[in-house]
Write a protein that binds this ligand. Structure first.
Ligand code: XMP
Length: 537
């Protein structure tokens, strides 16, 4: 039986990150809303309680009865999780006065406690909380303190309960992964047998079981998720898989041709549909971002369904949905910022079953599975690209000419990122390697990767509602600027702008202005998310 850790989500920004860290320990885990613990699932070996934006005293704070878990399974409370257990088991939580935020060091910790096995003195941790624990429950011991936080961690003496007020899941908690390993492996007893290889073997067998000799349809987007999904299904059922790749006319330069070629080399059975006339026609004159997205979503469904219906004996629709798309995150605000259109939706009258073989994987795991399946590296390390494509990177209305300008500028930028090599050391090198980028580490701990591989996502935005004056040769120009965007991120929920080298920016800016007709100015977007978003529309 596949062992699993359950992470109960109390709404923290970093809950997904806890999940990724547990998976990095080759251990399967599921993130569930705080009140959805699967009490009758015998495969659960431990429970982690996440942080939360709430104080335990807020009326709206998420509260859960742990009586059926306590004593039965090991529990690790993180931040709010730690405060909540202290609060309900007789300790005390009070406002910290000012928020305890940022780096801190464990000035003392219990070296005998299994949670801290292998910890060095003064290990750096990351704090982020407005309340603080001022007394722990009577049956608990304090097991770590920082300069300003007395109860940085505590453990129960009667039941397998541990709690930390810092965030072991974030990168700035230097030994955070070790703490999670101590909990997941040593305390909960994980066998660490969740790997790309075991995933491929079991999923291929499950897919054969699920779909048998039926025909399956899959929408391809050129992105990593749908491509890996296709190759996995191809391995399981071969020619019974038919893939549909729709060109809406707003892909990157030559993308439709190149990706079709890649798919054919992978032996996939793909139908390429050039629907650019329809999409660009329906978008003509439309300037509102949400309106554009709606039209693209609607057209996509129409085109995809028309093609799918031609495959009359299909019984299943496969989708490259991955875990972060599905996690029922606790949306505290309930507001929609942008409507995303990733999938065509089921053509209802075809009565297709849904097949989502990647639904348990995080992005880095999808990439590992792709490598395990022998897919080419350029397909696997591709940056995410939005479903509506360049439409959300052209401000104002969309025309073929604007798409051409943006494709040309973007092509120069992206090729430049791939060609520019950087040497990384220490934490930076480890972060890039942990994300699955293949690179050899030299004896002095250095790796060489491209700028492209170092960042999460890059793209170019055409500010076609803006014009500015320039001079080229002896001629005055009055043309559009483009904005370059590059961000670092782990999940696209939050992102920071990438600090690209000046010599790289100078080279790319020159090349774009000299070669791309219609652009006379290049800007670099230095906004992080939040408060901005990654895409401009
Ligand atoms: P934002 O702009 O919301 O983007 O910060 C977060 C991530 O989602 C991608 N994105 C989309 N992906 N359909 C998609 O498949 C969409 O409509 C869409 N809009 C944004 C974006 O590129 C980034 O990776």
């Amino acid at each position: 039986m596949q062992q699993k850790i359950i992470i109960l989500d109390f709404g923290s920004q970093t809950t997904q990150l806890i999940g990724r860290r547990v998976r990095e320990l080759d251990t399967f885990c599921e993130i569930l809303p705080y009140n959805k613990f699967p009490h009758d699932d015998p495969s659960v070996i431990g429970v982690i309680l996440s942080g939360s934006p709430f104080s335990v005293y807020d009326d709206a704070a998420f509260k859960v009865d742990l009586a059926n878990i306590r004593g039965r399974l090991p529990i690790l409370g993180i931040c709010y999780g730690a405060q909540y257990m202290s609060h309900i088991y007789g300790g005390k939580v009070e406002s910290a006065g000012s928020r305890e935020y940022g780096r801190a060091n464990l000035e003392s910790f219990d070296k005998e406690n299994p949670l801290f096995r292998g910890f060095v003195d003064n290990s750096q941790v990351w704090m982020s909380h407005g309340d603080t624990i001022t007394a722990i429950p009577a049956d608990c011991n304090c097991i770590a303190s920082t300069h300003s936080v007395k109860y940085a961690a505590y453990a129960c003496t009667t039941d397998p309960i541990w709690a930390v007020q810092f965030h072991p899941e974030v990168f700035h908690s230097v030994q955070g992964s070790l703490l999670l390993k101590n909990f997941v492996v040593d305390i909960c007893g994980s066998r660490q047998d969740w790997s790309a290889e075991s995933f491929v073997d079991t999923t291929v067998a499950e897919l054969r079981e699920q779909v048998g000799n039926d025909r399956v349809i899959l929408g391809l987007s050129g992105g990593v998720d749908s491509s890996v999904c296709a190759v996995l299904l191809n391995r399981a059922i071969g020619k019974n898989l038919t893939c549909i790749f729709v060109d809406h006319g707003m892909l990157r330069k030559n993308e439709f041709r190149d990706v079709m070629h890649d798919y054919e080399c992978l032996g996939l059975n793909v139908i390429g549909v050039d629907a650019s006339e329809k999409f660009l026609g329906d978008l003509a004159g439309v300037t509102d971002p949400e309106e554009k997205r709606k039209i693209i979503g609607r057209d996509f469904v129409e085109v995809f369904n028309a093609e799918a219906k031609k495959i009359t004996d299909a019984k299943w629709l496969a989708q490259g949905t991955i875990y972060p798309d599905r996690i029922e995150s606790l949306n505290i605000t309930g507001k929609v910022i942008k409507s995303h259109h990733n999938v065509g939706g089921l053509p209802k009258e075809m009565h297709l079953g849904l097949c989502e073989p990647l639904k348990w994987l995080f992005k880095d795991e999808v990439r590992r599975v792709g490598r395990q399946l022998g897919m080419p590296e350029h397909l696997i390390t591709r940056h995410p690209f939005p479903g509506p494509g360049l439409a959300v990177r052209i401000l104002g209305d969309i025309t073929r000419e604007k798409v051409r300008i943006l494709q040309d500028a973007d092509d120069i930028y992206i090729r430049g990122l791939r060609d520019y090599k950087v040497k990384l050391k220490g934490d930076e090198a480890r972060r890039v390697l942990a994300a699955g980028v293949p690179a050899d580490m030299s004896e002095d701990g250095e790796i060489e990767v491209s700028l492209y591989d170092q960042i999460w996502q890059a793209g170019t935005v055409l500010l076609s509602t803006v014009r500015s004056v320039g001079v080229m040769g002896d001629e005055r120009t009055y043309e559009h600027p483009v904005a370059l965007r590059a961000v670092t991120s782990t999940d696209a929920m939050t992102a920071d702008w990438a600090h690209l080298p000046y010599d790289f920016m100078a080279k790319v800016s020159n090349e774009i202005i000299n070669k791309v007709r219609g652009v006379n100015r290049v800007c670099y977007d230095i906004s992080s998310k939040p408060p901005s978003t990654i895409e401009w529309e």
